[in-house]
Unconditional design. Structure first.
Length: 367
């Protein structure tokens, strides 16, 4: 059985639960509550992270809520225990970014990723707590980043793929000036109960169209497409088995109170009568390496690992996706040992099919 690695590639930190937006597809259960991470939690995590960072680059991803809602002073205090070689990343809705925040990013060498869903009319789900459109504030924040020369990546949620959308989005992000783009098909998870069951043909066509747009002008690193092409190339070279790590990345998510949820950040803040609060421990009482070592003994984690093995034995796409994500299984199936999910279909299976459709169409055209 493919288990959980002892050392993660990165950790996710929740400096604050509060978010100043109220996006319709958001999964976070506590985004209206202002609960802040004490510095003692960051210090406890830093004890392990600083050791891991001595051998190789190591990232700490600050993800909320809206991390900037914690304020510059508090965020700087949370950064302080971490060694200088640790890379700090922040996922932000950009609405709070001003000159002072850009100076903060530059001073602390923070890598910034902005959540935005394309042109103004594609951001209808991204609204303030009073229900007002947030796009103008997002655009103002991104313009401030550009003015200061702060590089940033972008994360876009697509709720309903349709013909022409992929090209529209790619052209928008080309003009935006971001360096990396991630595309997430909306997921049914957390407090977002909207269905993500989509017509397979539309999703495949969306991904194929996105590849076409990217190949026309590949200035942006396109996360999903580049991974798919790397996998396809490895298959042709007979090296596909080398792509998936032998053990799952634990992706420890440290909540504001120090509790640690493994494998799926989206499970933080939730509980279930069968599994409890999904945490595997708390860094204020147990060192993070000990929590990781005991992770497979957490009942829901053990159940998820059985589900991964079920995927391995039943799904032709296993070597591409590695068995899916724990949160998607739970929020779609109500348990962790199920197999295929709508998320698998939309963001793994149909993604790879769309990339291969593009390759076949181009091969036929050039023949």
């Amino acid at each position: 059985m493919r288990g959980v690695a002892d050392v993660p590639a990165y950790v996710v930190m929740q400096p604050i639960t509060l978010c100043n937006l109220d996006c319709a597809y958001c999964y976070l259960p506590l985004r209206a509550a202002d609960r802040r991470m004490p510095v003692s939690v960051a210090a406890a995590v830093a004890e392990s992270v600083n050791q891991w960072a001595t051998g190789d680059r190591f990232s700490v991803v600050w993800h909320g809520g809206e991390p900037l809602a914690a304020g510059r002073r508090h965020l700087a205090e949370l950064f302080a225990p971490f060694a200088g070689q640790v890379e700090h990343h922040v996922q932000t809705n950009a609405t709070l970014i001003d000159d002072a925040w850009c100076e903060f990013f530059e001073r602390h060498q923070v890598r910034v990723s902005v959540s935005v869903d394309g042109p103004r009319h594609r951001n209808a789900d991204r609204v303030t707590r009073s229900g007002r459109p947030a796009y103008d504030r997002i655009e103002r924040g991104m313009a401030t980043l550009r003015r200061h020369g702060v590089p940033f990546s972008a994360l876009c949620v697509v709720s309903r793929p349709e013909p022409g959308l992929a090209t529209e989005l790619y052209d928008y992000f080309l003009d935006l000036g971001c360096s990396v783009l991630g595309i997430n098909i909306e997921e049914t998870e957390g407090v977002n109960t909207r269905s993500n069951a989509l017509p397979a043909g539309l999703v495949r066509e969306f991904w194929a169209e996105l590849v076409t747009a990217w190949r026309r002008d590949p200035r942006i690193h396109l996360r999903e497409v580049e991974w798919s092409l790397r996998y396809a190339g490895a298959v042709l070279d007979g090296a596909a088995d080398e792509l998936l790590p032998r053990r799952l990345d634990p992706i420890p998510t440290i909540a504001h109170d120090g509790s640690v949820v493994l494998l799926s950040p989206e499970l933080a803040g939730f509980s279930d009568p069968r599994y409890g609060d999904f945490s595997s421990g708390n860094v204020l009482s147990t060192p993070l390496p000990d929590i990781l070592a005991g992770g497979p003994d957490t009942p829901w984690v053990a159940e998820f690992l059985r589900g991964v093995e079920a995927c391995r034995s039943s799904c032709a796409y296993f070597e591409f996706c590695g068995g899916g994500h724990a949160a998607n299984r739970y929020f779609e199936h109500g348990r962790f040992d199920g197999t295929e999910t709508e998320h698998c279909r939309n963001s793994k299976i149909h993604l790879l099919e769309g990339v291969l459709d593009h390759a076949r169409d181009n091969a036929a055209t050039s023949a």
